[in-house]
Write a protein that binds this ligand. Sequence first.
Ligand code: ADP
Length: 427
Amino acid sequence: MKLVRFGQLPSVLAFCSLAACAWVLITEIGSFRDAVGSWARRDLLARTQLAADSLAEAVATGDFRRIRDFGDGCRREGVRLTILSSPGGVVYDSATQVFGKHAGRPEVESAISTGVGMALRKSETTDEEMLFCARRTGEFVIRLGLPAARVYAPFQRARTGLVLAGLVGAFSIFLAFLFTNRLIARIRERERLLAEMKREERFRREFIANLTHEFKTPLTGILGAVDLLGDGTNVTPENRHTLLELLRHETIRLNSLVQEMLVLSHLEEDQLAKHFTFAPADLSEVLKAVAARLRQKADAAHVRLSVDAALPLVVPCDVQRMETAITNLVENALRYSGSPDVVLSLSSRDGKAVVAVEDHGVGIPQEHRERIFERFYRVDKDRSRELGGTGLGLAIVKHVARLHKGTATLLPVRGGGCRFELAIPMT
Ligand code: ADP
């Protein structure tokens, strides 16, 4: 779904823009401070020029009243006015009543020698970081001073605003990230459920189609035979025997089908309801019992059936169902493999008991192996039906394995044949 694939895009974009803003801010913040500083310098220079022009006459004539008025006006605006005589002696200072010598102050030195001077430094009088601008006018130097905090106030305000905006932005991105993540998780979960539902629906439809087919084939045979027998005409004693044989064969097939369907549905029910109980049982005894029961069938098929389970291996299991699963595997080997021998063995591996049924017959081609445990899946449908198979044997094996929290696997045998392994946990 596109939304899932691109769901993170808004957060990613927001994150990128925030990162870009942060980067620009970090790299440009110095230039911004410089710009604010140079604007303040220009402004102070202009003001000093204005002060020098306004006070030139008052300074020359010693009009202290005018100077004091001007100084008071400056103070009210937060600007410090200092008037110095050329060698650096303070004549007037709006910030203090105690006038000392200000020679040696860089801005004053520069004003005396070049006409104008500017410096950003700590004031020795007020102990405050100040931006000073001094201008020489005749024998005097007019100096204006601005507290640096005031000079850089716009920069400080902008910086605080940007940091706050950054924090709000970061928090919004975090929220957006959480939100999209939750949204995507929900969509994914919904997609998963939908896919599961679709798969189950497909399985259900396939199952019903297969089941109908499995029932229809023997029923058609049975109906045909019953019709012929009922009609009675043209039925020779030999034909009657053949028809009865057919009836018997198809009825047995239907019966096996119903029996296996029942086994499978009970297994599924138990698995869902989880109301099964396991008891410790020696699997080597289970193997021997299955072999003993199938010995006659193996002899009739001229197959050497052997058991390789010398040591007892006790595991918690449902004995009856384990017997059913192992019987299915051995019967399949006898029925389909054409192998001269079938070996039933028991071993332990990675904390699991492994029951294996191995033959050296025709084997199962690679392309069928993945689906062989599905219900009604067969390699050769007609042959399986002819031999009395229902197509449910391996599905039952798989369910028995699952019921025991184990696995059922098919492995190829070198030189041809099949090895079915049923592995179940020992504890
Ligand atoms: P069926 O009732 O047809 O035996 P199963 O689920 O038990 O159904 O087996 C599915 C198919 O797997 C069989 O029809 C057969 O084609 C194939 N098969 C199973 N075991 C063997 C084996 N040992 N050798 C060859 N083919 C096998």
